[in-house]
Structures are given as C-alpha cells and as structure tokens.
Design a protein around this ligand. Sequence first.
Ligand SMILES: *[C@@H]1O[C@H](CO)[C@@H](O)[C@H](O)[C@H]1NC(C)=O
Length: 314
Amino acid sequence: MMSGNQSLCTKFTFVAFSSLAELQIVLFIVFLIMYLFTVGGNLIIICLIWVTPSLHTPMYFFLVNLSFLEMCYITSVMPQTLVHLLVGTKTISVGACAAQMYVFAILGLTECCLLAAMAYDRFIAICYPLHYTLRISPSVCSKLAAASWIIGMVVESAQTTWIFSLPFRGTGKIDHFFCDIMPVVKLSCVDTSHLEIVFFFFSVVFLIIPCIFILCSYVLILVTIFRIPSAAGRHKAFSTCSSHILVVSLFYGTALFTYIQPKNSHTPDTDKATALMYTVITPALNPVIYTSRNKEVKEAFHWVTHRSSHRQMA
Ligand SMILES: *[C@@H]1O[C@H](CO)[C@@H](O)[C@H](O)[C@H]1NC(C)=O
C-alpha cells in the first residue's frame, strides 16, 4: 500500500476534456443532440413494434428489449457527462460513481447476452424453420431475455462491488468522462496488476463466449442461406438477419477493442475515443440500422406515418 498519510478519496474529478476547454460548449451541443437522437430513435422502434401486430414476433420482442436497454445504457452515462461539460467543478462522489458503474456494467453485459439470444433466434428461424414455433415460443423468449438480465446483474454486481472495495487515495482524478471500469481501477492505490488479469479473464469468459456463440450461429446461418436454391429466397433469408449482423459487429468490435487489448496500447485518448463509440455511437446507430435496413420495420414505419397523415387529412 502507498503512503498512509493520504486520506481516502470521497470524490473523483473528471479531467477528460480539460484540454478542450474552449470546445466544451460545442461538445455539449453535439452530445445533447446524439443523446436526444438515441433516446428518440429507440423510443420510435419500441412504439412502432408495439402498435404493429405483424411485428409481435420473437425477433421483435428481443429488439424491443434491446432498444429499451440501449436507452438505459446511454442514460446511465450521458446526463452526467452533459452536466459536467457545463459546470466548472467536474466532481462525482464515490457512491454516485459506483452507482453509475453498476448500471452501466450490468447493461453492457446484458446486451452481450441479449445479442447472443437474438442470434439463437435467427439461427433456429433460418436453419430449423419447421421447429421455429416450437423452439422459440413466447415463454422461451422471455426466459432467454430474463436470463440475459440475470447474468448481467449477478456478474457485474460482483465485479463492481469488488472494484469499490479497493481503497482509493490521492487526487482522485479520472482521465475519462464517466466512471468506466478500467479508469476507476487505475485510481486505486493498491497494485492492480493481479486484478487486471482477473478482469481479463472475466472479459474473455463473458465477452468471448457469447461472441463465439454468435459467430457459430452466423456461420451456420450463412451456410444454410447459400444452400437456398433461389436468389429471391436467399435474399429474403439474409434480409432478416443483416441488421442484426451489423449491430453485433459494431457492439463487439468496440467492446473487444476496449477490454481485450494489450495493456500498453491503452492511452487515455484512445480509451475515451472507444468509450464514445460504445456509449454514444453504437446506441445511436441501432435504430438507424433497423429502420433503414429491415424491410418489415420500414414497412411498419410507412404504414404508421401514412395512417396518421390520413387521419390528419380526415
Ligand atoms: C425485457 O425482457 C424481460 C425478461 O423477459 C422482461 O421482464 C422485460 O419486461 C422486457 N422489457 C421490455 C421493455 O420489453
């Protein structure tokens, strides 16, 4: 343990954008627009699926859950970041920091599992279409979704509790814009190299296993799709999973880059840039991907907007 004369931190200070002092108001506006866009876009997806009876299927049940999760996810980070871009003293109490990390980490892992459940749904739908209604019943769907939430909560509560049982001493300066896992671990005054190995193991188990599962599902899906004799049939099968492939690649691309890269290649700036990717860009892109690439969602969107414009005219 380091020098005993430093007292324990009761609060942390964010110094993420302090070198960009004159740009803070610009960042505030950009982040605010991104935040409203993400919440609005995901809300539109949820409402669209709710009001469209033809979208009351397992795939869209998972999509509602995913959109809801993305909204919570960005809300666990953005309001705090926005406030800190406006005020002079960018401090957060250790308790609030822990609360933020609990929510953020739980939602992150739940998303990994939910994406794996969605891949399983597509796998059965395309590779075993005759068993689909039997294997993916509404009760199986809600069990898979519930399991994702439970895994996220149990694993990440344990991890966060453990991180916040470490002693934090000294200035408590976080070179990041919210209480992300690695920047907070680095603040601890104990030697964290053994902890980082444990986190590496955690990441491997809980990121790589769903990731391998998703990859295998998609390899089997693609093999099945290429065996479909007609081009129209191939196109139709592919269109039901292409948006999911895009969302998965975005999410896992940034997550793997962040948590499973060699330690010495981390710099605070690349960490901040990747954190922006997975906290802001990915949640914002999900609704864009689903409304622009998915035919059924597009049709529902046209149907709803068309119907309401008819109503206005009447
Ligand atoms: C997501 O799934 C869980 C577990 O089945 C369910 O309890 C929850 O209501 C769902 N959330 C939404 C917004 O559909």
